[in-house]
Design a protein around this ligand. Structure first.
Ligand code: PMP
Length: 410
């Protein structure tokens, strides 16, 4: 059977030298609803497969929580990264690839007239807010309740170490509820710097859903009417909904888009792309970081974008996710289990009906992990363009047994 011996040893060592062992969203513990059979530490990845530090193999439906989009150790992306690494990574200034990649994003994202870069999604959302404030001279941010936009004191869902003034300028509204957004805006009339919104609702624990076209257009209209900037937080949806912009389906273009995660297939890079009217404000703020213009992530990002376009990666990803969704639905119902699946098929979310305490979701996550499939009991999963039909077939063989085990124990 499968063992997690090396994993346990690393957990103990980490606990001794890192507060909490592993922090943030990558922490795997029972208090986060994760079963003890779920590995915490990984040794290696290739394509859609991962190996934990005990050598157990998994088909991974978490994709590093988004960054892996073209396959772990994608040979094309990693060759580009290695070639750049041989020349240099962090240098005293940026290289040509910094400009080339900005040109590529401007050519790819429909509303983008310019691009700026950083490392994490949090950098990109924060930078977007600063640009909006610089442009408007205003203070307040409107964001949806429970929506995650990063781990800084403005946005983090934890209140430890956060003081009231950190959050004083945020006004929340209900996602996909235009009346609630209008009320939020009216409560701080004349002082709204930005509306920050994700393309679809992808909060943990709840069904995922795209807003109505009416809501998306209403957000745009409110921003136009009030002079606030519309910031679309595409950190999680980058390359998984629409390369040109996730609200193109509604004909809605934001003023600023925060992108990250999948941009460079796991190499550290985030971006803010924006419209011409915010160019001057974007040039006026001081933002930087020691690693922000390093060459390797730009080389990897160019190769990732090329690979995605040349292999029609998004279509293949959505198709693979559809086969997965159909298969999971059929299996669950054959085993007499009611499941609800939501979100785009590239970012699947599965929950079991009528279970506020997630017992079945955790049992299913456990049964799947023991059989070599990584799913998640309450966070959306991620499919990649490297999930082949064979990978999905393997997943479904294993999940059929996992559902069967869960059904037996109910
Ligand atoms: N915005 C959204 C929508 C996200 O999903 C995340 C990360 N989960 C962030 C911002 C923050 O990105 P990062 O963790 O890279 O700072």
């Amino acid at each position: 059977g499968r063992t997690l011996v090396a994993d346990g040893a690393l957990r103990a060592r980490a606990e001794a030298v890192v507060p909490g062992g592993v922090y943030g969203h990558l922490r795997v513990t029972a208090d986060r609803g994760m079963p003890p059979s779920y590995p915490q530490f990984f040794a290696r990845g290739s394509g859609a497969r991962l190996w934990d530090v005990d050598g157990n193999e998994y088909v991974d439906l978490m994709c590093a929580f988004g960054p892996m989009v073209a396959g772990y150790a994608n040979p094309v992306v990693d060759a580009a990264a290695r070639a750049q690494l041989a020349l240099g990574d962090a240098l005293t200034g940026p290289g040509e690839k910094y400009v080339e990649y900005a040109e590529r994003l401007v050519g790819t994202v429909a509303h983008a007239d310019w691009a700026m870069f950083a490392k994490n999604g949090t950098d990109a959302t924060s930078m977007s807010v600063v640009i909006a404030r610089a442009a408007t001279g205003r203070t307040k941010l409107l964001k949806a309740e429970k929506a995650y936009h990063g781990a800084n004191p403005w946005f983090t869902p934890s209140t430890a170490g956060v003081v009231g003034s950190d959050r004083a300028d945020i006004v929340e509204f209900d996602y996909d509820d235009l009346a609630s957004l209008e009320r939020a805006a009216a409560s701080v009339e004349g002082d709204v710097a930005a509306i920050v919104v994700t393309p679809f609702r992808h909060d943990g624990f709840v069904d995922q859903h795209f807003p109505s076209a009416e809501f998306a257009r209403g957000v745009r209209a409110l921003a136009d009417r009030t002079g606030a900037a519309l910031i679309l937080d595409e950190v999680r949806t980058t390359f998984r909904v629409d390369l040109a912009g996730a609200w193109e389906r509604f004909g809605v273009r934001p003023d600023l888009t925060a992108m990250s995660k999948a941009l460079a297939n796991g190499h550290a890079l985030s971006a803010v792309v924006g419209v011409d009217s915010l160019r001057e404000a974007a040039a006026s703020i001081f933002v930087t970081g020691s690693f922000w213009m390093a060459g390797v992530p730009f080389a990897a990002a160019i190769a990732t974008l090329d690979w995605m376009v040349q292999t029609d990666g998004l279509t293949r990803m959505l198709d693979a996710g559809q086969v997965l969704r159909d298969g999971l639905q059929a299996q669950a119902s054959a085993h007499g289990l009611g499941v609800v699946q939501t979100g785009p098929t590239s970012m699947p979310f599965l929950r079991f009906e009528d279970e506020p305490r997630l017992e079945t979701a955790i049992a299913f996550t456990d049964a799947a992990a023991r059989r070599g499939v990584l799913v998640h009991p309450w966070h959306n999963m991620f499919v990649s363009a490297a999930h082949t039909p064979e990978d999905i077939a393997t997943v479904l063989e294993r999940t059929d047994e996992a559902f069967a085990e869960v059904a037996r124990s109910r």
